[in-house]
Structures are given as C-alpha cells and as structure tokens.
Ligand binder design. Structure first.
Ligand SMILES: Cc1cc2nc3c(=O)[nH]c(=O)nc-3n(C[C@H](O)[C@H](O)[C@H](O)COP(=O)(O)OP(=O)(O)OC[C@H]3O[C@@H](n4cnc5c(N)ncnc54)[C@H](O)[C@@H]3O)c2cc1C
Length: 326
C-alpha cells in the first residue's frame, strides 16, 4: 500500500494539536494522488468517536495504540514503526513541532529510512512524494525525493493547513510491544511552565523580547504591547533571556526552542542570531526594534526601527491603544 502515516498528538483532555491536523490534511491530499491510504497513529486511550472524527481532516484509517503513553517520543516510535511495517506505509509525515522532530528522527533511525526536515511543501512526481525544503537561508528550494521506502517527511511548524473535509475514519486497535529503552522514561505530568498558558506556536501576533530588554522586569514592556494588540497575541523570548531566568523556557523561540510562524513577529532588543532566526523566519511580517543599526535581525526584517526600545515600545503601545479607542 502506497499510503502515508501521520501522528496525531493530543493533550490530556484528548484535544488534537492543530499542527497534527494540518499534517493529516496534507497526507490525505497526497495519498489521493499516489493511490494510498491516509493513516493516522493515535496513542493513549482516546475514545472511538474522537479517533473516527479525524476523518473530518481526511484520515481514512486511525491506528490506536491504547497502552502506549502520549508525550514521549520512543514509545510512539515503537508504535509507528510497527504500523508502517505491518501495513506497508510508504511514507510518514509530521507537521513539525518538537515532538514531531524527535519522533520523525527516531523513526528514521529505527527503519533506516531517508528523512527530509523543515519541509514547506510536498508534491507528487511519477507517483512518488517529493519534499520541498528551503536551503541557503531560505534563498533556494531543494527538491528531495526518496530512493527507498519508507520516506520520512518532517514539515516546518504550521507548514500544512488543516482543512476540514467531512468524513469518518475507520478505527483499528494495535498492540505494540515497547522496546526496553522506551520504558526507561516515564511521563510524570504534562503541562507548561509559567507563562506558557499563552500558546506562542498558535499566536497570530508575537512580541518577542531579547537581552535588550535589560532585565526580567523589562518584559513588562513586551507584555503591555502584546496586551494592547489584544486578540490572539503573546510574548516570546530568546534563549539568552530564558537562560538568564528573565522569562519561562516555554516561551523560547529558536533552534532549541519553538518554531513559530505568526502573522506579525515584533522583536524588541533581539540581535537576530541564526539559532533564533531558524525559529521565526517563516513569520509573515517581521518588525525589529534595535538600537544597533548593524544588528543582524535587520537583514531579515520587513520593517526595522533603529532606536532605544525603552522609548519606542511604550509609545507604540500607546499608539495602538489610541487607535483601538482606549
Ligand atoms: C547550540 C545553540 C543553540 C541555541 N539556541 C537558541 C535558540 O533556540 N533561541 C535563541 O534565541 N537563541 C539560541 N541560541 C543563542 C543565540 O546564539 C544568541 O546568543 C541569542 O539568540 C541572543 O539573544 P538576544 O538577541 O536576546 O541577545 P543579544 O545577542 O545580546 O542581543 C541583544 C540585542 O539588543 C539590542 N539592544 C540592547 N539594548 C537595547 C535597547 N535599549 N533598545 C533597543 N535594542 C537594544 C542590542 O543592540 C542587541 O542587538 C543558541 C546558541 C547555541 C550555541
């Protein structure tokens, strides 16, 4: 079967993650073109109805491993490797995010497969999938095909849109024998750190603060600005400041943090190091405030403001409040 298997991450209440739903929609679209199934792996004791409802995003079959814990990569790798091998899936596709990257990479090693990461589009050529991956700081696109099966495709966060198409998926229970190493780590509690009740990955507007904010209290400026924007806005941070304890790790953008793609990303006092850039470069509009006109962030900003953020950010906050009528 030339199918595509995806993975649907869920929270403790059984709500599926938006990024996973995007991967399912993408897999469904592509599976139709290569004449295969769009399968989804779900771990944990998720109700029949909730699993079947993934058909609304195009899934045809949902493989549920009830006894496999959610939130840890190795057990999910065991489950997906089994389903890929037993059912003969040709590809596994992930929507990005930290766990998607870890599971995708682990699956690649386990199945001795080929992998493409940071994929922004997938197309079909001669009945096979070809992944498009931006390279050379996003100035070029490389087409990556697969010489053997399965092929692993890991998208950039939010690269794939979740489209509701209607429909119900068949739910199939699978028994998975966990590898000895997969039981070494146990999930004690799932949750986010302080400040992460704001979902930076899902926010439309992000005000990101860096070392230029001067101290932990400097984040109040960023928070005030985000509040003035209102709606689906949140505050994010660089690694330098989370390492310094100025803001929670859960808000960190970048290579060792989260990948974001908001409609507006506003950087206050951020230099624009490559490790930060890789986490936010897909933002639709990038605005940077920095007192150093030569700061690297201006090289990839749509709008750059050179000046002291302590003067500019409060004025911007006031201006937005005034525009919104208070
Ligand atoms: C393996 C590895 C992984 C990493 N992963 C990440 C990651 O995931 N995410 C991440 O962000 N970083 C990461 N880093 C760190 C990264 O290299 C940078 O050190 C970090 O991003 C810098 O943070 P910053 O921009 O806040 O600080 P700085 O580089 O110190 O920049 C502060 C900026 O603020 C400006 N500024 C100062 N005062 C003002 C003012 N009053 N008004 C306006 N502007 C002002 C300065 O001109 C400067 O440009 C990683 C590094 C390594 C080695």
């Amino acid at each position: 079967m030339a199918g595509i298997l995806t993975y649907a991450l869920h929270d403790d209440e059984g709500n599926f993650n938006k990024n996973s739903l995007g991967a399912i929609s993408e897999a469904a679209k592509l599976a139709g073109q290569i004449g295969g199934e769009a399968g989804v792996m779900v771990v944990g004791d998720i109700a029949d109805d909730a699993c079947a409802a993934l058909g609304n995003w195009g899934a045809t079959k949902v493989y549920r491993a009830k006894d496999v814990p959610e939130g840890l990569a190795q057990p999910v790798i065991d489950a997906m490797a089994k389903v890929i091998q037993d059912e003969g899936f040709s590809y596994a596709l992930f929507g990005g995010g930290l766990l998607g990257f870890e599971i995708g990479a682990g699956l690649t090693a386990r199945l001795n497969a080929g992998v493409t990461m940071e994929v922004t589009e997938v197309k079909v050529q001669d009945g096979k999938l070809v992944a498009e991956r931006p390279i050379l700081q996003d100035s070029q696109i490389a087409d990556v095909g697969y010489v053997s099966e399965p092929g692993i495709i890991i998208g950039r966060l939010n690269a794939f849109d979740a489209n509701e198409s209607g429909g119900t998926a068949e739910v199939i229970d699978v028994q998975v024998e966990l590898s000895p190493w997969s039981t070494k780590a146990k999930m004690v509690q799932r949750g986010e750190q302080r400040g992460a009740d704001v979902d930076i990955e899902g926010a439309d507007i992000l005000v990101a603060g860096g070392r230029g904010l001067g101290k932990a209290e400097g984040f109040e400026l960023a928070e005030e600005l985000a509040k003035a924007f209102g709606g689906n806005s949140a505050v994010a941070a660089t690694r330098a400041v989370v390492d310094a304890g100025w803001y929670p790790y859960a808000a960190q953008i970048g290579q060792t943090g989260k990948t974001v793609a908001p409609k507006l990303y506003l950087a206050a006092g951020i230099s624009g190091a490559i490790q930060h850039k890789v986490g936010m470069q897909s933002s639709e509009n990038i605005v940077a405030i920095n007192k150093d006109a030569n700061a690297p962030i201006f090289e990839f900003s749509d709008l750059g403001i050179v000046g002291d953020l302590n003067k500019i950010v409060p004025k911007l906050t006031e201006a937005i409040k005034a525009k919104k009528g208070g």
